[in-house]
Design a protein around this ligand. Structure first.
Ligand SMILES: Cc1cc2nc3c(=O)[nH]c(=O)nc-3n(C[C@H](O)[C@H](O)[C@H](O)COP(=O)(O)OP(=O)(O)OC[C@H]3O[C@@H](n4cnc5c(N)ncnc54)[C@H](O)[C@@H]3O)c2cc1C
Length: 506
């Protein structure tokens, strides 16, 4: 008799249900059995509500429309992150999705900017990013097909979503169950291993369950790969020392901005995520630099919370770092069980669906599962290190004075590969990024300039000497044209709120 391959997913948070949805959709039911076990005794973490643009590809994979997703998750759209007080007090910039400006006769916008912007009195990148301009105008348009010819500001709009974490998990749970995933509520009381492989699970109900493969989506508990298989965890706390978050919802904002807000605080930063029924807020801080009590007071003041509402704050503790081998033997860690790079650039949910799809592909196309596991681990590590460096750069480049937390970030030793990137940018405006890296050059460009990396540099960056830069007047006209075109193109767009309202009606 033909035996199906059984894949058992442990955990019913976002990671568990995203993995269940991906596997149930992508693996043929006549060959694979997908089962998910979740404990009623351990609640999902319940945060993770902002995303990045590749989420559209995930929805395409699931065959779920943006309208359906918004409706099911109480979501809103996101054009980027508005960073307030990062770099130095009072400073503001946006890390907007998509490109900034456009090329001029084969020369990049960045090179022309670095050569001329200061001399010509252009100080701020915001007007040169279509996504940033639309975001601050409170307008929105779904992504447009790209024609690839000429500068078309609306084709440069890139977006993602904000969503309610609980509703996301419920939506994907229904989706996965409809596609055949078996759902069981039980607590995994012990994990039985044999020869460094997961053999079976003993459940609180007394049952024993076995499977061919186990997906460890048990969150920070890390039941299989960390606890049972003793996977090696690489700790990032010396670079990314935030280890706690105070989370509290507030009322829905009157005008829903299509962007996340990140505001620097005395020992970390706080987010504001606009949802349709409430606003998500959280203060991510380092307990080495502030006590929970002081952090609570700081957040309460920042959000102007009444004492009664301040009581609703919930503390979440975490550790930044990652598992060297998220796929070990027959167990694959996905989600917080595989690592966490802190939520500054909303990357965790992305890694969940990306690696759930990698896993599905390994089953469909893989011939040698050990080779698949090695490739999976290598890709995951590269992604984690790229994300880590990008996040550390946000902290490293700051001009705060008389603040222990921010000064400690200025003075920290950083990984060599990040040091090389920052030096290269300061000298030539170039950054060597691997192909397929999550954050493109223009993400780095916006963040590095936004944080003030060139503020104390009197001389200009020697933008590629070999390039023939346009002369100053032409550069001036070039900037003004882009500025006007973006402004004009974004003006007729509908208000974000109107787009949300229309999507709910469809
Ligand atoms: C403060 C903070 C803010 C964040 N913000 C973002 C963001 O904006 N964007 C983003 O992409 N990511 C964000 N993240 C990350 C995101 O929250 C997680 O990646 C995501 O929620 C996935 O979590 P998870 O499913 O791995 O873990 P969890 O949600 O913790 O789920 C774990 C599951 O395992 C189950 N479980 C545990 N033990 C057992 C057991 N013994 N038996 C059976 N089941 C068990 C639990 O019941 C639960 O269902 C944030 C994280 C934090 C800490």
């Amino acid at each position: 008799m033909f035996m199906k391959t059984k894949i058992l997913i442990a955990g019913g948070g976002s990671a568990g249900w995203i993995t269940a949805a991906v596997l149930s959709k992508g693996l043929p039911a006549q060959k694979y059995q997908i089962e998910l076990i979740e404990s009623q005794d351990v609640a999902p973490i319940g945060v993770g509500e902002a995303s990045i643009p590749p989420i559209f590809q995930f929805l395409t994979y699931l065959e779920v429309s943006p309208a359906e997703f918004i409706k099911q998750t109480g979501g809103t759209f996101k054009y980027g992150i508005d960073f307030e007080g990062w770099g130095s007090p009072g400073r503001r910039y946006m890390h907007a999705f998509g490109p900034v400006g456009t090329h001029f006769e084969g020369i990049t916008f960045a090179d022309i900017w670095l050569a001329y912007a200061e001399q010509l009195g252009f100080k701020n990148l915001i007007p040169f990013s279509s996504s940033a301009v639309a975001a601050y105008k409170g307008k929105f348009s779904l992504p447009k097909a790209r024609s690839g010819v000429g500068f078309k500001p609306l084709e440069q709009l890139f977006s993602a979503f904000h969503f309610d974490a609980g509703r996301l998990a419920n939506f994907l749970k229904d989706y996965a169950i409809k596609k055949g995933c078996i759902w069981r509520q039980d607590h995994i009381a012990s994990v039985n291993q044999h020869n460094q492989k997961i053999d079976s699970l003993t459940l609180a109900s007394g049952q024993t369950v076995t499977a061919d493969y186990f997906a460890d989506c048990t969150g920070q508990v890390g039941l299989f790969n960390k606890q049972t298989l003793n996977g090696e965890f690489l700790d990032w706390r010396s670079w990314l020392p935030c280890d706690s978050a105070l989370v509290v919802p507030t009322d829905r904002l009157e005008h829903l901005p299509p962007y996340t807000k990140s505001v620097a605080m005395s020992a970390g930063w706080r987010w504001q995520i606009p949802l349709q029924n409430r606003t998500g807020n959280g203060y991510v801080f380092s307990s080495q630099f502030i006590t929970q009590k002081h952090a609570e007071k700081e957040l309460q003041a920042a959000l102007k919370l009444s004492d009664q509402n301040a009581q609703k704050m919930r503390l979440i503790q975490f550790k930044t770092g990652y598992l060297k081998k998220p796929w070990q033997a027959n167990s694959i860690a996905i989600g917080l069980s595989a690592g966490f790079a802190e939520p500054l650039e909303s990357t965790s949910i992305h890694l969940i669906y990306k690696y759930a799809i990698e896993l599905k592909n390994a089953f469909i196309y893989g011939r040698d599962m050990q080779q698949e596991a090695d490739d999976f681990n290598l890709k995951f590590e590269q992604d984690m290190l790229d994300i880590r460096d990008f996040l550390i750069a946000h902290y490293k480049i700051n001009q705060y004075k008389n603040n222990d937390f921010w000064s400690s970030r200025q003075n920290m030793a950083i990984p060599d590969r990040l040091g090389q990137k920052l030096n290269s940018f300061k000298q030539s405006g170039q950054i060597d990024l691997p192909t397929g890296t999550l954050f493109s050059y223009y993400s780095w460009f916006q963040v590095l300039l936004g944080q003030g990396i060139l503020d104390d540099q009197n001389q200009q960056v020697a933008a590629l000497e070999c390039q023939k830069l346009p002369d100053k007047q032409i550069a001036d006209q070039f900037f003004k044209t882009i500025y006007q075109k973006i402004h004009q193109a974004t003006e007729p767009l509908s208000a974000h709120q109107a787009v949300l309202r229309d999507l709910q009606l469809n």
